[in-house]
Write a protein that binds this ligand. Structure first.
Ligand code: CTP
Length: 408
């Protein structure tokens, strides 16, 4: 029996980069994939339905209200029968519509009606790409499971230069293949609990102690673990990220609340401590705002917070089979992380250098070293999403090996 060829729904938006989608169709067809194209009104200003139809070997869909389209294949069916949706070029307008759930043309309706996460190849002027509105839309869409390839930096059709050029057809093709191959449900039936973000430790009703953690790495891990079939509980400190769909989110503020929330989720199979938990809190959380006085600044007496990772790793009967910690270090990364592995009693420490100038804290890239009692592995600098994908694949393998070893 032949494996069924993948069926791709390609949405072509309006941008000068639309011509590159013709080459993308050629690559997809060359790999034996079935391609159906949806062309937006703006897209039709740049490429003709005829060239798209000739290359894809299928009729091109343009109109939400076309009766022939509805009788041949309704728009719900069009997205349902596709294995993957690719948006190339993904314009600022298409992303804004998708992020806000608009459905006023065929492309946006398909995206809203689909249960599949799309792969988007953005193309726009760099000012549009870096505008806070687009940044927010991209964050929201990532939360919904949309993946992005590009944009790349370089000269643009408008004469300016910057991030906004659509990724090359080969890059989009490679990203799509990785996504299609990425499907194995390596964590099906597993319960994964993840902590993320900073904690806020109150000083008084208006002030608190915090840190620079954005929560991005923990949230990305939650999404990838969900996509790998796990039941995911995300225990998150205060962050500025949209809640990931299909994940149980428990929002907390302080380390003590986080510890309690994690306890309440046990038993679980894998525990991942990605949060930057404050090590200390003030001994007395003042009931009223501390006022400036004549006796100078207040002396804050600090006491230690519970160590969530260490307590879960030493939980006795309820210890998850796999307990993973993170180590944010500013110097002697590997040595410090190795000491932490022993101190906390976890199975693996993912160490990263957050020293000044690395841009890791709050940034979108990360270079990690994996440390286990048996050795270490240094990974190259990668996007946090990619780090998350590779980490989850690694954890799934470790879990399977542990299970095989029969550690009940
Ligand atoms: N962690 C935790 N609870 C705490 C402190 C840390 O669960 N109260 C977890 C973090 O989520 C991370 C790991 O422990 O997975 C390492 O945290 P880090 O703060 O770097 O380690 P510390 O124990 O604070 O060690 P040090 O202060 O020496 O860096």
């Amino acid at each position: 029996m032949h494996a069924k060829a993948s069926s791709i729904l390609l949405i072509v938006g309006g941008g000068i980069a639309a011509y590159k989608s013709l080459e993308l169709i050629r690559l997809l067809r060359g790999a034996g994939m079935e391609v159906r194209v949806v062309l937006t009104k703006a897209g039709a200003q740049f490429v003709t339905p005829l060239s798209l139809a000739s290359l894809s070997g299928n009729k091109v869909y343009e109109d939400l209200f076309s009766l022939t389209d509805e009788t041949e294949m309704g728009h719900i069916e069009l997205s349902r029968q596709a294995d993957a949706i690719v948006i190339a070029p993904a314009t600022a307008d298409l992303l804004a519509k998708a992020a806000n759930g608009l459905a006023n043309d065929l492309a946006s309706t398909l995206l809203l009606a689909s249960d599949k996460a799309a792969l988007a190849a953005p193309a726009m002027n760099w000012r549009m790409w870096t505008h806070p509105a687009t940044r927010r839309n991209v964050d929201v869409l990532r939360g919904y499971g949309m993946a992005f390839v590009g944009p790349n930096e370089g000269p643009m059709a408008c004469g300016e230069s910057g991030p906004g050029r659509m990724a090359e057809p080969e890059e989009i093709f490679a990203a799509l293949r990785a996504r299609l191959a990425d499907r194995p449900k390596t964590l099906a039936g597993r319960k994964v609990v993840i902590t993320a973000g900073p904690t806020h430790e109150p000083i008084d009703p208006v002030r608190y102690i915090a840190n620079r953690s954005s929560g991005k790495q923990g949230y990305a891990l939650a999404e990838v673990a969900r996509d790998a079939g796990a039941e995911v509980v995300l225990v998150s400190g205060p962050v500025n990220l949209p809640p990931p769909a299909g994940v149980r989110l428990i929002s907390v503020e302080t380390a003590r609340q986080m510890a309690e929330a994690v306890e309440s989720t046990l038993p679980c199979d894998i525990f991942i401590a990605a949060a930057a938990v404050a090590d200390w809190r003030t001994e007395a959380d003042a009931a009223q705002k501390i006022k400036k006085g004549f006796d100078g600044p207040p002396a804050l007496k600090m006491v230690e917070n519970p160590d969530i990772l260490a307590s879960i790793a030493r939980h006795g009967a309820n210890r998850p089979r796999l307990v993973i910690g993170f180590a944010a270090e500013t110097e002697n990364v590997v040595a410090h992380a190795r000491a932490k592995l022993a101190k906390k009693g976890c199975d693996l420490i993912v160490a990263n250098d957050v020293g000044e100038g690395t841009g890791v804290m709050g940034g979108s890239e990360n270079a990690v070293v994996l440390i286990t009692p048996d050795g270490e592995q240094a990974w190259p600098r990668l996007a946090k999403d990619e780090v998350a994908r590779r980490l989850v694949a690694h954890f799934a393998q470790m879990y399977a090996a542990e299970e095989e070893r029969g550690g009940a």
